[in-house]
Design a protein around this ligand. Structure first.
Ligand code: UTP
Length: 405
């Protein structure tokens, strides 16, 4: 894109401030700035003027395959799951593109030391969990790792230096998630440098569109039918669990979610519900108070199943929904940027990041199997440095599960 075309485009979008330092730049930097402008999707800005879609409307609870039912059918579920794993029809996708701001660790979250008497990174612990499955099944599955432009180099280096934690390196594939522009509360896109637009990872809902547009697509197209998507922050995460795969296949659903019974009505987890006959996940802050506290005759919460960021997606179903747009969610963040010619580091949020979320993909698939797991055995999130869902609580749960940390 040349200067005049960029200027006309920015005028149309009300973003001419992006060219304010153009005259000061050398040729290379001018090129970089014009390329950034050409790549940017300015239409996302409209989302700040749109009322946030909230999950009101008619919600109903879902039924899950309970722990009791799973115990009864486990052998059959495992048989089906193990067969698919041996045939290479299931792969895993680790969502590791987040910035982990709540933990306050300035490296990729997976590099965080969850050990006490030895160094044990979150990545290593999750790879140990994977190796338990592959050891039992006798076959390695492909693992796609989604990073962001901000943490890709550190993540790849860490895996390399740790010899891929003893996993086959040819089965591990990194790809970088896409980004979106970042704007101030006034809707003006911010400059990260005088010649670079401010951007940030586009949320964990971008995992599939980024995967199919990456070099990893050839591996994906080599016969993979199910993708087990999981978050980096649960150290008890069971990945490619054969029984879960078997139950998902047998259910005929487009996706499946590992859920836990909520510890309390106020627990900060997304809740798997149904809305107009379709599955949907309602974030804890969007759940209407009356529904949040509703109880069944047996005293259990009516809307009781919290999601653990462990989903199985059927690839054919995903491909059918590829053209559907996911809604953008706005995250208020403190965004360093250029102001009056200097780099400025705000302490308070000053702008919006635009993110799509994996939880919104569940609705698009049309049907979701809720699969209950024991929280003490499979759910140890590391979101915060202290308190609830923190390093301390995750360490305690690892020890409870016999992991030497
Ligand atoms: P979170 O919602 O906890 O976000 O991510 P975060 O950025 O890691 O942490 P905070 O909110 O700043 O503290 C849940 C999962 O989604 C991944 C994260 O790496 C984590 O596994 N994620 C999140 C991405 O892969 N990309 C994103 O853009 C955002």
């Amino acid at each position: 894109m040349d200067y005049l075309t960029a200027k006309a485009l920015l005028k149309k979008c009300g973003q001419t401030q992006l060219l304010q330092y153009y005259d000061e730049l050398d040729d290379e930097k001018r090129r970089a700035l014009l390329d950034d402008i050409e790549r940017a999707d300015f239409s996302v800005i409209e989302n700040i003027y749109r009322k946030e879609q909230s999950a009101v409307g008619k919600l109903s609870p879902v039924r899950a395959v309970s722990l009791k039912e799973i115990a009864k059918y486990r052998t059959e579920y495992e048989r089906v799951g193990e067969k698919l794993l041996k045939e290479g029809k299931v792969a895993a996708v680790l969502l590791a593109g987040g910035q982990g701001t709540r933990l306050g660790f300035n490296k990729p979250k997976g590099m965080f030391n969850i050990g006490e008497t030895r160094f044990l990174s979150i990545f290593e612990q999750q790879m140990e969990n994977i190796k338990k499955v592959t050891g039992k099944v006798g076959a390695c599955f492909h693992l796609f790792i989604m990073t962001s432009d901000k943490n890709d180099a550190d993540t790849q280096k860490f895996f390399r230096e740790n010899n891929y934690f003893g996993y086959s390196s040819d089965k591990i594939h990194f790809y970088i998630q896409n980004t979106e522009i970042v704007c101030g509360f006034d809707g003006k896109v911010l400059l990260d440098e005088k010649h670079r637009l401010s951007t940030s990872p586009n949320g964990n809902g971008g995992w599939y569109s980024s995967l199919v547009s990456s070099a990893c697509k050839d591996v994906l197209n080599g016969g993979i039918e199910w993708l087990n998507v999981y978050g980096v922050d649960n150290v008890l995460q069971r990945i490619c669990d054969p029984a879960f795969i078997g139950a998902a296949v047998k259910s005929g659903c487009g996706c499946a979610a590992k859920v836990v019974s909520k510890a309390s009505a106020d627990e900060k987890v997304g809740v798997l519900c149904e809305q107009d006959g379709k599955p949907c996940i309602v974030e804890y802050y969007e759940m209407p108070e009356n529904l949040k506290n509703l109880r069944d005759y047996d005293g259990e919460l009516t809307f009781r199943y919290g999601v653990t960021l462990n989903y199985l997606f059927n690839v054919k179903t995903l491909n059918k929904t590829k053209s559907e747009k996911l809604p953008y969610h706005l995250a208020k963040k403190a965004v360093p940027h250029i102001e009056n010619g200097e780099r400025f580091f705000p302490k308070e949020p000053n702008g919006y990041k635009f993110e799509t979320l994996v939880i919104d993909m569940v609705r698009l698939t049309g049907s979701c199997l809720a699969y209950e797991v024991e929280r003490e055995k499979e759910f140890a999130p590391v979101k915060n440095a202290f308190g609830v869902d923190s390093v301390e609580t995750a360490r305690a749960l690892l020890k409870k599960n016999g992991v030497k940390i």
